[in-house]
Structure formats: structure tokens, C-alpha cells
Design a protein around this ligand. Structure first.
Ligand code: TPP
Length: 319
């Protein structure tokens, strides 16, 4: 892979991390309200996967979506403004953290219902096939989605109709406070693909390059053969389920979280890139400064933006 692309992937992971650290701070200051789920710890999955897509491909995901929309290349300013509930936000301040959206960048949300995006992704893939397009759909979900009926109906149809879709489970081990082993009879989640005779893969979700390669292979399969793939990316969230869940809760120990932080995907990638001479200490420092400015400008933009006006109350809503 070209050095520029490696650098860009590292830069994006760092931008997502610093953006969300600032988000947490803004939430604490009550500038952001409502539901808010941080992606910290999982950055390698979103960045690796999106880096394997073409700009014209589609990406749809769940509510832990800040990292997803940023990875797709959306300007951090309207993303932060959306978190602040401002009219300049990507969803005009009416979606908030869980409903980020940017169709121009091929990002179709941001969905609050567990597994809600899975049948939507299947429909999008059907539309591609119907129009004889060569795009693919990447559908990210938490491991909590796997036990929803919609997941199984979708996988069945995707295989039956040969649809160009990649279902990617971001297994961060916990659905809110419930560990996977208390929720699932099967621990190896990619096995679910066997029921539908679908291609499958398991990947280390802390390794951005491994995720990139796995998704690239699945995208090729979707584009050339019109066949779906189920990927399980094993990852970990370093923060609580949402901002209302403290980092160290009763459902996991402090030691476990600290042990997992030894596998921080950004630090692992940083070490690799220093060895490959893509990064130097000076470059890392310069990048940190650049990203700090970008994030602070996003906050300033959000702060200064107006609230949605009262007359816009019934615009862009379905009901
Ligand atoms: C259909 C549905 N049931 C319950 C909820 C409440 N809920 C919100 S997040 C969540 C846990 C989902 O965990 P997972 O899919 O693993 O995603 P993660 O939060 O770990 O990214 C639940 C049960 C919901 N949003 N939708």
C-alpha cells in the first residue's frame, strides 16, 4: 500500500479519536445532550473498512456512528454541529449523535434501532443489482444485531438474490452491559453465514490493515460476483456503552479495560508506521497539532451556529 494511503488512514483514526474525546468533554459541559455513543477503541474497524470502498459505494451503520461518517470524509464541522443540535448539522440538528447522515459522501446513517439498518442495506444492494450498477453496500452493526430476526431475513435474501452487500459485525463484546457469552449460543459469529451458504471472515478489529484487506476482498466478491459476505471484526470499546454509562461499570472490570487498552488500534498502527518510516515523532506531533485545530474549529462552528428555527419544525420529518 502507498505511504500516502497509510498516512491518511492513521490521520483519520487520530481525527476520530480526538474528535470524540472533545465530544465527551462537550457532553460533560452540557453542550451536547441526548444519546451519545463513542467509538473510542473501534476506530480501526471503521477506517479500515471505509478505506477499502470506492467513493460511489454505500455505507450504512448503527448509532455508534461518529467515526463512520468522519471516515467517509464528511467535514467535522457539520458533524459536531449535529451533535450540538444546530441547524448547520448534517441532519439539520434534528437527528443528533445517533442519526448522522451524508448521502453525498455515500453515508446513509446512523440508525438507532438495533439491526434497523440491516434490511435497509439489503434493499440498497437490491437497488444496485436492479439498476445493474457496480457499487457495493457496506453495512456495519454491533454484535447485538445478530440475534434480531431482521438480520437473518436479510442474510437469507442477500444470498438467495446474490446481492452486492458486506455485512460487518463490529463485535465489541458487550451489548450495553451484556457480554456476548450471556447473549449468544455461538461465540464465533461469522458462523452465522453458514446457515445461508454465505462467504464469511473473522478479522482482528484492532488491526486497521487486516480490516482493510478483509473488506477489500469482500468488496471484490460483491462487485465482480454479486455475492454477499459476512465479516466479524473483533474489537473493544474503551468507553462506556453511551455517555450515561461510566467507563468502569459492574459488567466488566477495570483490569479488563486496561488490558484491552494495551491493544489500542491507534498505537499499534503508529508503531508499525514508525518502523516503516511513514511516521516520525515530528510528523506525529505536527499531525496532533493539525487535528487539534480542526476539532476546535468544529466546536467553534457548532457553538456559533443557530438552533433550528421554529418554522422548520415540520420540515425533513416523515410523520
Ligand atoms: C430493537 C432495539 N432493541 C433495543 C434497543 C436498545 N439498545 C440500544 S443499544 C443496545 C445494545 C446493542 O449492542 P450492539 O448491537 O452490540 O452494539 P454496540 O452498542 O455494542 O455498538 C440496545 C439493546 C434498541 N435500540 N433497538
Amino acid at each position: 500500500m502507498k505511504k500516502e494511503k497509510l498516512y491518511e488512514m492513521y490521520r483519520m483514526m487520530l481525527l476520530i479519536r480526538r474528535f470524540e474525546e472533545r465530544t465527551a468533554q462537550m457532553y460533560g459541559m452540557q453542550k451536547i445532550g441526548g444519546f451519545c455513543h463513542l467509538y473510542i477503541g473501534q476506530e480501526a474497524v471503521g477506517v479500515g473498512a471505509v478505506s477499502a470502498l470506492r467513493p460511489e459505494d454505500y455505507f450504512i451503520s448503527a448509532y455508534r456512528d461518529h467515526g463512520h461518517i468522519l471516515a467517509r470524509g464528511t467535514d467535522p464541522k457539520p458533524v459536531m454541529a449535529e451533535l450540538f443540535g444546530k441547524s448547520t448539522g448534517v441532519s439539520k440538528g434534528k437527528g443528533g449523535s445517533m442519526h448522522l447522515f451524508d448521502p453525498e459522501k455515500g453515508y446513509y446513517g446512523g440508525h438507532g434501532i438495533v439491526a434497523g439498518q440491516v434490511p435497509l442495506a439489503t434493499g440498497m444492494a437490491f437497488a444496485i443489482k436492479y439498476r445493474k450498477g457496480d457499487q457495493v453496500v457496506l453495512c456495519s452493526m454491533g454484535e447485538g444485531s445478530v440475534h434480531q430476526g431482521a438480520f437473518h431475513e436479510s442474510l437469507n435474501l442477500a444470498k438467495l438474490w446474490h446481492l452486492p452487500v458486506i455485512y460487518m459485525i463490529e463485535n465489541n463484546r458487550y451489548g450495553m452491559g451484556t457480554p456476548l457469552e450471556r447473549a449468544s449460543a455461538v461465540w464465533d459469529l461469522s458462523q452465522k453465514a453458514c446457515s445461508y451458504d454465505m462467504a464469511r471472515a473473522t478479522v482482528d478489529g484492532m488491526d486497521v490493515l487486516a480490516v482493510y484487506e478483509t473488506v477489500q476482498e469482500a468488496a471484490e466478491r460483491a462487485r465482480k460476483e454479486g455475492e454477499p459476505t459476512l465479516i466479524e471484526a473483533r474489537t473493544y470499546r474503551f468507553r462506556g456503552h453511551s455517555m450515561s454509562d461510566p467507563v468502569h461499570s459492574h459488567y466488566r472490570t477495570k483490569e479488563e479495560v486496561e488490558e484491552q487498552k494495551q491493544h489500542d488500534p491507534i498505537l499499534i498502527f503508529q508503531k508499525k508506521l514508525i518502523k516503516q518510516k511513514v511516521l516520525t515523532e515530528a510528523k506525529i506531533k505536527a499531525l496532533e497539532d493539525e487535528i487539534k485545530t480542526i476539532v476546535l474549529e468544529a466546536v467553534e462552528f457548532a457553538e456559533k451556529s443557530p438552533e433550528p428555527s421554529l418554522d422548520s419544525l415540520y420540515e425533513h420529518v416523515y410523520v
